[in-house]
Design a binder for this molecule. Structure first.
Ligand SMILES: [Zn+2]
Length: 95
């Protein structure tokens, strides 16, 4: 069983989403990394075609919980379709 997320915070100054896991891990995921890791149909198709997501300057505008099991992240490039299930966020932290 993978670690569970206890709390999530944002640090806009650093451009980082911080996650505390129940195994004591304190993870940090940059907004750029999260944007580039989007797995929505659009981004998946783009990457499958060999395209790159231009994420360097992206910041996080909003976080919306999705049914207690995922986060919907709204990015400053106008992309709001990304759904990040908690296990996927943990996977990114551990990667
Ligand atoms: Zn996407």
């Amino acid at each position: 069983m993978s670690a569970q997320i206890l709390s999530i915070r944002t640090d806009d100054a650093k451009g980082i989403l911080g996650l505390d896991l129940d195994d004591g891990t304190q993870g940090e995921l940059s907004y750029a990394r999260l944007r580039a890791a989007c797995r929505c149909a659009e981004c998946t198709a783009l990457q499958r075609r060999g395209g790159n997501i231009d994420a360097a300057e992206v910041v996080l505008n909003a976080i919306a919980p999705v049914g207690g099991h995922a986060l919907n992240l709204h990015f400053s490039d106008g992309h709001t379709r990304g759904i990040y299930p908690f296990p996927y966020l943990v996977e990114l932290v551990m990667a």
